[in-house]
Design a protein. Sequence first.
Length: 308
Amino acid sequence: MPDVVVAEFIDEAALASLAGYDVLYDRDLYRKPLELHRAVYGARGLIVRNQTQVRGPLIDSAPALKVIGRLGVGLDNIDTQACRNRGIAVCPATGANDAAVAEYVIAAALILLRPAYGAAPLMTAGRWPRQALMGGEIGGKTLGLVGYGATARATAVRARALGMAIIACDPQIPAADLAWSDARKVDLHTLMAESDVISLHMPLTPATRRMIGAPDLARCKPGAILVNAARGGVIDEEALVGALRAGKLGGAALDVFESEPMTAQSGQRFTDVPNLILTPHIAGLTRESNARVSAVTVASVRRVLEGR
């Protein structure tokens, strides 16, 4: 019986640091529920990303489980209450991919504000559409951050370096918190109305599910850009598609979706939507961040298993 089960991909160097434990590593194990349930029966540690659903049936299949390492930060695929009830530690890799997500947000905003970057097909066809692709600059614009945790603050640092003003809303952070010395605290309605670029940074909870809907999008400035690299369920995708098709938004970048992975059927709603960037939940995943996330996760799992 394996002592530690790794059900999704992990950096090889971090995996090697589990030497001394009996490790079962199968990057596609999450796709094979019967094998996964058998594998965790005697395991004390389980390491997952966001595809493995760690809920009642799987937790019940692992009576010896002591720790779950999450290769990332979101915990909506893990029943944290059930883990607490069992005394199972849940260890996300907090902070390890903040820089990757922040760079994704800024890059997406730059691309959407200046559409010339997608001009290669027009150019090779003999077109020279300079005026149509003029676009705008990011300097002097306002970035609105919905949620102002560590990743949002890392995004703000990069945005300020480009000359952006920062506003944010986050009811979980008290008004007296020093974090607000670097951003103007506003409510969601004000943020949606004043921002040139809106970036979402909240977890998926019952309170935040489809938190951004048609009324909020209707408040946006003409030409505003929206980036979601948080969780897919926090935005009403149909409302967003409608706003883009109607020209009420200048563009959007979605890295996360209400249903993942996207299928040909679920992706139909996004077909031929203008000024839309779609990526496969990869904002926080770079070679560098994967190494950091994996190392932090393995260290957390070892610490729990070794009683440190």
